[in-house]
Design a protein. Structure first.
Length: 335
């Protein structure tokens, strides 16, 4: 216990020193949107949208260009259980390969975990562990792969058991505490449990259209190269930045996905186009549809966070300042 406390104290000093260096030289940092999708994320699974087509219609090259325009120093893609889009970008400068892994739990429940800077061999191995979270987490630690649990309190991942929420805490080094598509309350709850569990915070837009790319991101102070950024990610020297999601942003995102689905349907033939047009009468109801999703998200997060507190006795019910420095974090180098 004493050794663990010393390790935590050392990691806190490292992180505070990195933050202090960042205040002295604002240019001495690197930015990367660590949660962004492309066409390779596959079919949509939301109500109504799943009848339209894909979850995202952005080409990897377009995502790269948008991220660079938005000031991202590095670019990665986190498509669902796929690295095809990221591999297409790999020859470009300042790119690393990542993916969003769907961890399959009993009774159809899921966790989503972003894994960064992996190879094709590691991707293939990870896919074999999707139904065994303990084996997956052990493999990620063994390979020193930075990994973050995403949008822990979101209903969009599906039904949850309280034990599911506890499962990745302390077993993964990173937690997404700034998701640019999720309500601020979700991000605040993730900050609170992550801080208590000693996990480093990361951020990303979780954008499924080009409009949102780079609206939330992660910085590593003192990094000047891709390798230094990734080492900072492994050591937990991360600072999320950007904005949380909102009802207006969700509505705009879904509207753009609808529009892209119609454009694709128009090029795929009459049958597909007629199927898409059959949903046309629902378009005026889109703001009500997204309002329902947004309100359900907020209520779901509130209910499960309070349930988590009652079940496990932490985190303490105290105010949290968004973006404040967190607790000591676990470094992959010390795993």
């Amino acid at each position: 216990m004493e050794a663990d406390l010393k390790d935590r104290s050392k990691r806190r000093r490292e992180r505070d020193a990195a933050a202090e260096r960042g205040t002295k030289g604002a240019d001495d940092l690197m930015r990367c949107d660590l949660h962004v999708h492309s066409w390779y994320s596959g079919p949509a699974d939301l109500p109504v949208l799943k009848h339209m087509g894909r979850e995202c219609y952005s080409e990897p090259g377009a995502v790269y260009e948008q991220a660079r325009r938005r000031g991202m120093d590095l670019v990665t893609l986190t498509d669902h259980d796929s690295i095809e889009g990221a591999l297409a970008l790999a020859p470009r400068p300042r790119v690393f390969v990542s993916e969003e892994v769907t961890v399959l739990l009993p009774e159809g429940r899921q966790l989503h975990v972003n894994v960064f800077d992996l190879t094709e061999r590691q991707h293939e191995r990870i896919q074999t562990f999707r139904r065994d979270p303990e084996a997956l987490f052990a493999y990620l630690a063994e390979e020193r792969l930075p990994a973050a649990v995403n949008h822990l309190f979101s209903a969009l991942t599906g039904d949850r058991a309280l034990a599911d929420l506890r499962l990745p805490l302390g077993r993964l080094p990173l937690i997404e505490t700034l998701n640019g598509s999720m309500p601020e309350s979700h991000n605040q709850y993730a900050r609170r449990v992550g801080r208590t569990a000693g996990m480093a915070p990361v951020g990303g837009s979780d954008s499924h259209t080009l409009a949102g790319v780079g609206r939330a991101f992660t910085t590593v102070r003192g990094a000047r190269t891709r390798e230094e950024f990734l080492e900072g990610l492994r050591r937990g020297l991360t600072v999320p930045s950007g904005r949380s999601g909102s009802y207006a942003r969700l509505t705009g995102e879904v509207a753009r996905i609808f529009a892209a689905a119609y454009r694709e349907a128009a090029h795929e033939g009459a049958g597909r186009l007629l199927a898409a047009l059959a949903l046309g009468p629902l378009l005026p109801l889109l703001p009500l549809f997204t309002l329902g999703i947004h309100l359900h998200e907020v209520q779901f997060g509130n209910r499960y966070f309070r349930g988590f507190q009652r079940a496990f006795g932490w985190p303490a019910d105290r105010p949290v300042v968004p973006g404040a420095a967190g607790a000591p974090v676990r470094s992959l180098g010390q795993a």
